[in-house]
Design a protein around this ligand. Structure first.
Ligand SMILES: [Zn+2]
Length: 79
């Protein structure tokens, strides 16, 4: 799988409010950071993307989150 290190391109900032694990926000600048492996996946990724441990798996504009409680929602800004 093609792997992009988003941390090289973006700075990530936690959201002001704690996200509801049952209803994670999505958006063009919203990313999910996995607690287990520190992987980051865009909440609206259109390319196949996953974190190392498989908690986050995205494709075609949607991300499947296996354990939302182990995810931090962050906002990405281009460096
Ligand atoms: Zn992970």
């Amino acid at each position: 799988m093609h792997k992009v290190d988003l941390r090289k391109i973006y700075n990530f900032y936690p959201l002001d409010q704690k996200a509801d694990p049952g209803n994670l926000p999505t958006g063009g600048d919203v990313y999910y950071e996995c607690h287990e492996c520190r992987g980051i996946v865009s909440s609206v990724t259109f390319i196949k993307a996953a974190c190392e441990c498989g908690n986050l798996e995205g494709n075609k504009g949607e991300v499947t989150v296996k354990e939302p409680a182990r995810v931090t929602v962050v906002r990405g800004r281009l460096k």
